[in-house]
Design a protein around this ligand. Sequence first.
Ligand SMILES: [Zn+2]
Length: 407
Amino acid sequence: MKSFFKHETTEVTNESRLVQQKVRIIQTISQSGQGVTVPEICKELKISTPTGIKLINELQEDGFLSVAGKKKTLNGRKPSIYKLKNDVGFYALSVEILLKRITVGIIDSRLNTTYYRQNTDFILENTPQCLQKVESFIQECVNNSGIQPENILGMGMGITGRVKNETGESLTFFNFMDQPLGEYFSQKFDLPVFLNNDTRCFGQAEKIIGKAAKANHAIVINLSRGLGTSLIIDNKIVNGGMGFAGELGHMQFGNKEKVCLCGKRGCLGNDVGGFALEENFMEKIKQGQKTIVDFPEDISSLRYDEILTAALNGDELCIKLLQDMGYKLGHALGNIVNLLNPELIIIGGKFARLQKLLLDPVNTGLTSSALSNPLNHCKIEFSELGDLGGLKGAAALVFSNYKLIKD
Ligand SMILES: [Zn+2]
């Protein structure tokens, strides 16, 4: 199959216009769900019949379309109906870059993962060496995936930290170049690149294939090592003026003794999240409290995942730490409920599997701060998207750009 997606340009040449028309034909067929005839395409795109036939023939030769029968008409010729040959033939190269984890996947337009690899030894640093590692890992994954590069429509990337999604700039990590990160990867991989914050990507996935699919107003919490939030208002993910909306983790609901990475005191992310859990756990151990966690000799290398597992296995200390955390999160969310009146709050990320331990304290926290009317109207759910939610959301950035999925 030949790819024409990579050669889209903003300069309007005869060739680029034909490329854009082909993309629109694919979008039209994809959205129709039924297949489309040449006259219907010509009407939709406002092009002549010879041009329509030429484009359709080329798309068919390139392996994108096939004939799915003839349209029934009352009289005259019965035009052929064209369908996308196999809509899972389009893929997004999807990348999620977190503080201690990088995941790369090849995702189809139904957001199914056909290939993925995760490196949990990865440590995100704002250095050219780390960027080089990211690049090599992506390339290695593309090579190993078995997917022909020409079938990849684009790269979707979710990265932790502040991101200006419209310009593809990552302001917290890999910000040392004289070009936006999105543009850098676009040149390296010869693909259009769509960049957003990892939590906004996760929210996108919840909205398309997750529990927020039917909600017009929802708050999606990404609770893993850090605490991120995606806001869905009027059925749209809110990016904010510059792409920085949803920084619940840096709102001042936390302990004023602690100084956050951002330099301020009292940020909620210092009290709620995997990093906070590790810190609180170590503090309790130093105080002599007992636990079933088999912590390493160098206690600083302990991962919060083990604390979550111990809590689920009934460890009293870990349960208590999680209950405290759940209450604090709920209390902060109650304020957001008063502000935005969401109909749904989804708790996702690595903590989603703690539903049976977190639900009650989160509810107690919510009740302590939210007004009863908006709170009664708001459901609390836990995400079922699993580990690959953010990766799928990053892929959705690519497909929604081509209007191959409805976001
Ligand atoms: Zn902060």
